[in-house]
Design a protein around this ligand. Sequence first.
Ligand SMILES: C[C@@]1(CC(=O)O)c2cc3[nH]c(cc4nc(cc5[nH]c(cc(n2)[C@H]1CCC(=O)O)[C@@](C)(CC(=O)O)[C@@H]5CCC(=O)O)C(CC(=O)O)=C4CCC(=O)O)c(CCC(=O)O)c3CC(=O)O
Ligand SMILES: NC(=O)C1=CN([C@@H]2O[C@H](COP(=O)(O)OP(=O)(O)OC[C@H]3O[C@@H](n4cnc5c(N)ncnc54)[C@H](O)[C@@H]3O)[C@@H](O)[C@H]2O)C=CC1
Length: 283
Amino acid sequence: MAHDEEMRIKSIGGGSLLIAWQLKDKKVLIVGGGEVASQRVESILTADAFITVLSPESGLHPRTKRFINLRSDRVTHHARPFSGQEELDGAEMVLTALDDNDLSRSIVEMCRARRIPVNAADIPDLCDFYFGAQIRDGPLQIVISTNGNGPRMASLIRTKLQKGLSGREGEAITKIGQLRNKLKERAPGVGGQLGKERMKWMTAMCNEWAIEDFILLDEGSMDKVLDEGWEKNKRVPSLNEVGVRRPQTSWITTFILPALPTATVFVAGALAATLLLTHHPRP
Ligand SMILES: C[C@@]1(CC(=O)O)c2cc3[nH]c(cc4nc(cc5[nH]c(cc(n2)[C@H]1CCC(=O)O)[C@@](C)(CC(=O)O)[C@@H]5CCC(=O)O)C(CC(=O)O)=C4CCC(=O)O)c(CCC(=O)O)c3CC(=O)O
Ligand SMILES: NC(=O)C1=CN([C@@H]2O[C@H](COP(=O)(O)OP(=O)(O)OC[C@H]3O[C@@H](n4cnc5c(N)ncnc54)[C@H](O)[C@@H]3O)[C@@H](O)[C@H]2O)C=CC1
């Protein structure tokens, strides 16, 4: 083994596991109903879980109230203070978002005893997992975590990353998901030689097509991708071969629009210069 690789393996550690936790129809208890709790409700709702919010009515943030009122299919509110460990019955995940550090700590201890995964928004040291800044676009989910070091910085890095995305990646990935399902219908089964070929072909498709190209696929052209590609010696077909055309960008969008900001500054500069030169102060 190369020395570098040996050193790398020996120094692995000090992070946390980044996973996409499946919470569909699981029961999540949120103790507290303030601003942080309202953000938790949204994150957990996105994962299709059932949520119980435990907080006196007076402590509810307007956004938490909105979730309780508009998503009563998934969000239940118990308007009372936390009364003891029976509150944890049936919970498969617990989040505290409280302005009471001692209560938060004792709820974490109760969860530990019951082996319920728990996050306390105010006590990083006791959390089983942290939340992170999120980018979501359909099935695309990006989490930015600083592992407890700089939550605000996580948020700012999210903004930076977002600028590098077109906003249509989610749509493309949805299409890729559909194509993969269709492929699995044609070539079913797990593992083995067929499984290897399926993965190799999907990898080649993703590597060779531009992400925006997948957006152009519909039901019919997807079948064509399989007919002209997978069925023909597992090759990668061109867009043309599957009857799809990239929308033509006109010369206005290609040349004029991108140059507009520079052109505006130039024209403004020229106007200012003209004004200065033609403006003769009265003697
Ligand atoms: C450990 C963690 C536990 C957890 O909550 O899971 C935790 C803990 C604490 N946060 C505190 C403060 C702030 N948190 C934010 C914001 C966010 N905090 C989030 C996560 C996490 N916060 C986890 C680590 C994640 C990571 O390290 O990457 C984000 C990313 C996600 C989310 O909460 O959903 C979300 C941004 C979401 C977005 O914008 O998209 C801001 C800024 C703001 O509100 O704009 C501030 C003030 C400025 C600052 O401190 O940076 C304090 C009080 C510190 C004190 O008293 O001084 C504690 C407790 C402590 O540290 O002791
Ligand atoms: N992780 C994160 O993203 C962040 C975490 N924090 C931490 O999160 C905590 C909560 O912050 P906010 O939501 O802004 O506070 P907040 O003051 O808006 O909410 C506190 C909530 O606790 C509830 N509460 C108090 N005692 C209770 C009890 N006995 N039983 C049930 N509910 C009770 C109140 O009704 C209220 O809903 C703070 O401790 C803060 O340090 C703060 C900012 C960001």
